[in-house]
Design a protein around this ligand. Structure first.
Ligand code: IMP
Ligand code: MG
Length: 181
């Protein structure tokens, strides 16, 4: 698996120090508020586990399974794997996702959750790609901005592989051509 990585963008230690800062910011902003975190699966599972353990506040967690990517391209069509979410009425909601790219995914999720009666709805992403977004959505909390490159690891996949890499890296052209298998 490691031979498929052309370069590492963020080592695990770099990610975790940045999550310390982000968690501190979130803790300050949500102290005294009823907070529900919505984790967008599958990509955010490692990010969520590391970030939430750094937030010493009472909070609730629910997961929402969505998919929109095939290979290295966003399809623009966001599929929800479930129809119900946690009770969000009168709660402050923070959506956690792995990466903000075209914006289709976060836009669709925000639209889906907007009618649930939450007091506030914000987004937090590990990575934000520097691209022209198809949808107007920015990310209220962002760990890292990255150039427009396809990345894997720390939860992010290429055709469902590489999620378990402890760092965020870029694949070799050979691995991409192979389909990531
Ligand atoms: P968007 O809908 O284009 O903003 O893309 C968001 C989703 O696409 C993310 O939650 C990821 O699952 C996936 N994605 C976008 N860029 C990458 C990438 O560079 N590597 C792996 N997955 C990505
Ligand atoms: Mg994903």
């Amino acid at each position: 698996m490691l031979e498929d990585i052309r370069k590492i963008l963020f080592h695990e230690s770099t990610i975790l120090s940045r999550l310390d800062e982000l968690a501190h910011e979130i803790t300050t902003d949500y102290r005294g508020k009823d907070l529900t975190v919505i984790a967008i699966l599958n990509g955010s599972f490692i990010f969520v586990a590391d970030l939430l353990r750094r937030i010493p506040l009472p909070l609730q967690v629910d997961c929402l399974g969505v998919s929109s990517y095939h290979g290295t391209k966003s399809t623009g069509v966001v599929n929800f794997r479930q129809t119900t979410v946690a009770q969000l009425k009168d709660r402050h909601v923070l959506i956690l996702d792995d990466i903000l790219d075209s914006g289709h995914t976060l836009h669709a999720i925000k639209e889906r959750l907007a009618t649930e009666g939450a007091l506030s709805l914000r987004t937090c992403v590990l990575l934000r790609k520097q691209v022209q977004r198809a949808r107007e959505v920015d990310g209220d909390y962002v760990a890292f901005d990255i150039p427009n490159e396809f990345v894997v690891g720390y939860g992010l996949d290429y055709n469902e592989n590489y999620r378990n890499l402890p760092f965020v890296g870029v694949l070799t052209d050979e691995a991409i051509a192979r389909g990531g298998k």
